[in-house]
Design a protein around this ligand. Structure first.
Ligand code: GRF
Length: 194
């Protein structure tokens, strides 16, 4: 069973989907053993409700110190880190230490609509402004760039031209809640084959 730390900055609906999947599938290959937030985040309450140790860190101490604190909390305790709406950038030493063991969910079809500033509603506004016919979400490994790591899995949807950015976000989020647990399970299955 893979032990997973989930890093969050917001409401934690993706965190909830990971918890729900792992608890409702008897063949789930992972369990969430730790939740860490870089700011007071609604998702911390979801973790507490689920009985998962939840930690609130202070991002204002700087990127290096944040990464050190996270490493200290989970070193030797977890196998994978999932960034589920985590807004801080992790420093390169941390990413090296956890190479190929950190994944992120992004609310668009990378490599398009990723990079600096492409988070939250900015992503969906940019997608609509581009006239794209489809959008979706991507799970990828985290490397030293922003949203540039190897893509593991994607799900897409057709954009209704009448949708507002908020509606697009809502539709994409529904897919995220399917894609993220599925992809984590895929990694567990792959790991158990080797
Ligand atoms: C999701 O859209 C995720 O893709 C993005 O931030 C949002 C987090 O939502 N990185 P939630 O906190 O999981 O509800």
């Amino acid at each position: 069973m893979l032990r997973v730390a989930v890093l969050i900055s917001g409401g934690g609906s993706n965190l909830q989907s990971l918890i729900d999947y792992s608890r409702s599938n008897s063949d789930a290959g992972y369990e969430i053993t730790s939740v860490i937030a870089d700011r007071p985040a609604g998702g911390l309450e979801k973790a507490e409700k689920a009985g998962i140790p939840a930690h609130l860190l202070d991002r204002k101490k700087g990127m290096e110190s944040l990464a050190d604190d996270i490493h200290r909390l989970i070193y030797g305790q977890v196998d994978y880190i999932v960034l589920a709406g985590f807004l801080s950038i992790l420093d390169s030493l941390f990413i090296e230490k956890w190479n190929k063991r950190i994944i992120n969910i992004h609310p668009a079809l990378l490599p398009d609509f990723g990079g600096r500033g492409m988070y939250g509603m900015n992503v969906h506004r940019a997608v609509l402004a581009s006239g794209a016919k489809e959008s979706g979400c991507t799970v990828h490994y985290v490397d030293n760039g922003i949203d540039t790591g190897e893509i593991i899995n994607q799900m897409s949807l057709e954009i209704d031209q009448n949708w507002s950015a908020e509606q697009l976000q809502k539709e994409v989020l529904k897919l995220e809640h399917i894609l993220l647990p599925q992809t984590l399970q895929l990694l567990c299955d792959r790991g158990s084959e080797t």
